[in-house]
Design a binder for this molecule. Structure first.
Ligand code: BTN
Length: 247
C-alpha cells in the first residue's frame, strides 16, 4: 500500500481526489495525502477540520471483491489497523469506539470515513479516509471540543514524525487486509473486540430513530454490533451514534 502515492498541497477532500483516480483505474493501495483540505468530510455528514502541517489527512484505495453488505467489515478493519500501528508507534493506550473512532482517555485522536462505489450489489472500490490528529496543540481546538478531542502529541507529551506514522499505518493495513483476504473477517472481528472500549457497558445509542439504551456485547460475523436491550432482546446495528456511557 502507498506505492502509488499522490501528495497534494491543497485539496477539497482527499476522498474526492482518490475517487477520481479510482474511476480512472488506479490500482488497489493507491494513496492520496494532502496537507490541507478545504472541504474535509467526517462521518454522518459532518465536516473534518485539521490545521495544515500538524495532522495526517489521507485516503487509501481498496478494491475488495465482496458484496456491498460486507462494507462494515472494512470499516472495522481500518480501525484495527490504525489502532495497532498508532499504539505501537506512540505507546499510548488507544481504544476503538464503535465503529471506528480512536480514543485515548475518552478523547478522539483519529477518525475514519469509508465511501464506496458499487455495481450489482458488490463493492467496486472503497475509499478509506483516515484523519489523524498528530501534532496539534490544545490551542488548535475550539474550547468546547477539548473534553472530547485530543492529539497524539497532547496525549503523549511529545511530537511524532508524520511520515513514520503513515508508513506504519500502511504496513499494518496491508498486513491485516491480507489476513482478511485469506482468512475472512473472523481474525479481524476478534482483534476489534480486543481493542474496543465500547463493549459490556450501558450506552445511549442512536441508530437513526432516536436514542435507546443498550449494552454492546460484540460483533456479528458481518461486522454489525450486537446490542443487548434492557428487556434482554439483542438488536444488531450497522451504523449508529454512540452517546455517553451511563454513569
Ligand atoms: C470521522 O471521524 O467523522 C471521520 C473523519 C475522516 C477524516 C478523513 S481526513 C482524510 C479523508 N478525507 C476526508 O475528507 N475525510 C477523511
Amino acid at each position: 500500500f502507498g506505492r502509488h502515492l499522490h501528495i497534494r498541497e491543497v485539496v477539497t477532500s482527499t476522498q474526492d481526489v482518490l475517487r477520481e483516480l479510482a474511476e480512472e483505474g488506479a490500482p488497489e493501495g493507491t494513496l492520496v495525502i494532502a496537507e490541507r483540505q478545504d472541504n474535509g468530510r467526517g462521518r454522518m455528514g459532518r465536516s473534518w477540520v485539521s490545521p495544515p502541517g500538524r495532522g495526517v489527512s489521507m485516503s487509501l484505495l481498496l478494491r475488495p471483491d465482496v458484496p456491498l453488505q460486507l462494507a462494515p467489515q472494512l470499516t472495522l478493519l481500518a480501525a484495527v489497523a490504525l489502532c495497532r500501528s498508532l499504539s505501537r508507534e506512540t505507546g499510548l493506550p488507544i481504544g476503538i469506539k464503535w465503529p471506528n473512532d480512536l480514543l485515548v482517555d475518552g478523547r478522539k485522536i483519529s477518525g475514519i470515513l469509508l465511501e464506496s462505489a458499487t455495481e450489482d450489489e458488490r463493492l467496486r472500490y472503497v475509499a478509506v479516509g483516515l484523519g489523524i490528529a498528530v501534532n496539534l496543540d490544545a490551542e488548535d481546538y475550539p474550547e468546547e471540543l477539548l473534553a472530547r478531542a485530543a492529539s497524539l502529541k497532547m496525549a503523549a507529551g511529545r511530537a511524532f514524525d508524520r511520515a513514520t506514522l503513515i508508513a506504519s499505518v500502511l504496513l499494518e493495513f496491508e498486513q491485516l487486509y491480507a489476513v482478511y483476504k485469506h482468512q475472512g473477517f473472523e481474525p479481524i472481528r476478534i482483534l476489534w473486540e480486543t481493542y474496543s472500549v465500547t463493549l459490556n457497558r450501558t450506552f445511549s445509542l442512536n441508530a437513526g430513530k432516536g436514542f435507546f439504551d443498550g449494552v454492546p456485547r460484540g460483533l456479528d460475523e458481518n461486522g454489525g454490533l450486537r446490542v443487548e436491550l434492557p428487556d434482554g432482546r439483542v438488536r444488531t446495528i450497522y451504523s449508529a451514534e454512540i452517546g455517553d456511557a451511563a454513569p
